[in-house]
Design a protein around this ligand. Structure first.
Ligand code: UDP
Ligand code: MG
Length: 336
């Protein structure tokens, strides 16, 4: 791969006014250092994607862009689309103007210094470089426990994800072009990227505490994210339901024979509690299984509608605008 490539860093931001300026300061330093070592081209940019924030996040992004358009760009989504969609919006916007891109959260939990190593791995010929947490020292016990349970459960359910890798990753332009072919509405990027293939490797770093502001991923969101990941990548739960139904049928046959024997031997006792318990158990199991099937039906519904996954309202980027104009002019010329 030719050195230096144009690096676009895509940073999704939702209500990040407290941390954004500090993030920008650190990224500015990182870009200066990478440029001085000719690791990235002068056209490289940081793209903040404003995911429908309710605070001053977009105003700050606009300020950063007008003060230093040679470093900071911004994308404004028309409404809150969620973390995964915000990342995808950034990636799809820059896929034709970058040589390589890195996605990272806005809260500086990921180690910016890992970017150097990621780029080195990229220049060695890797198309995807996963940022993997080597330790979870700063996470609370609860976060650590739930997060690790998440990866183990995902694996057990057949959705193969890179252990302890979130969305801090480098992707080459080639990988972005292929990612654009994945049209699914239910996004789970960390499951999709490994499916693209190409040469990949991991870079290890220590994940820090959030610099300011609060997590937008409370337990409730984490659980729904895990369910989304599993049901988007695996039909194992459906198979488990079939096995469960089969097991229950065998048990019921045994129970039937047993009750018949008890009746014949004449020692039958009217068993109210056992009847009630089995009704609740079977009813609960049935509802649970129906719920799982419903998850998949809901997904099919969303996919069939095929609504846009994000809507870009503004894109602040000089190079990008020039590029887009150039493309449309070429198309016009071709038409004539
Ligand atoms: N985020 C987003 N849209 C949302 C929720 C979160 O773009 O609807 C961004 C957020 O600004 C941050 C990243 O996604 O940059 C990860 O969120 P957060 O740090 O709150 O999650 P955690 O690290 O606690 O899992
Ligand atoms: Mg975070």
């Amino acid at each position: 791969m030719n050195m230096p490539e144009t690096l676009y860093m895509v940073i999704p931001c939702y209500n990040e006014e407290e941390v954004l300026r500090e993030t920008a300061n650190q990224l500015r330093e990182k870009y200066a250092s990478l440029r001085s070592r000719s690791m990235i081209s002068p056209e490289s940019r940081v793209v903040f994607v404003n995911d429908g924030s309710k605070d001053k996040t977009w105003e700050i992004i606009q300020e950063l862009h007008s003060a230093e358009p040679e470093i900071f760009s911004g994308i404004n989504l028309s409404h809150n689309c969620g973390h995964q969609n915000a990342v995808l919006a950034g990636l799809m916007t820059v896929k034709d103007i970058c040589g390589v891109c890195i996605t990272m959260d806005a809260d500086l939990q990921d180690d910016i210094n890992a970017v150097d190593e990621m780029l080195e791995r990229f220049y060695e010929g890797n198309h995807v470089v996963y940022g993997v947490r080597s330790a979870r020292k700063t996470d609370t016990f609860f976060k650590k426990f739930t997060a690790e349970a998440f990866y183990k459960f995902m694996k057990a359910m057949g959705a193969d994800v890179v252990y302890n890798h979130a969305d801090f990753r480098l992707m080459s332009r080639r990988v972005l072009q292929e990612l654009a072919e994945f049209k699914e509405v239910n996004l789970f990027l960390r499951g999709m990227v490994p499916l693209i293939g190409f040469k990949s490797c991991s870079v290890y770093y220590e994940r820090r505490e959030r610099l300011a502001g609060e997590s937008k991923y409370p337990l409730r969101k984490m659980i729904s994210f895990a369910i989304n990941g599993i049901t988007s990548f695996s039909t194992k739960p459906l198979k488990l339901i079939t096995s469960l139904g089969f097991m229950m049928s065998i048990i019921s046959v045994i129970a039937f024979i047993w009750s018949f024997v008890v009746k014949i031997t004449g020692s039958s006792v009217v068993g109210w509690s056992s009847t009630i318990c089995s009704i609740w158990l079977i009813g609960g199991l049935q509802l649970f299984c129906l719920g799982i099937i419903g998850e998949y039906v809901g997904k099919i519904y969303a996919e069939v509608k095929g609504r846009p996954r994000f809507i870009v309202e503004d894109f602040l980027n000089e190079t990008g605008v020039e590029f887009i104009n150039k493309c449309s002019n070429n198309e016009k010329n071709d038409g004539i």
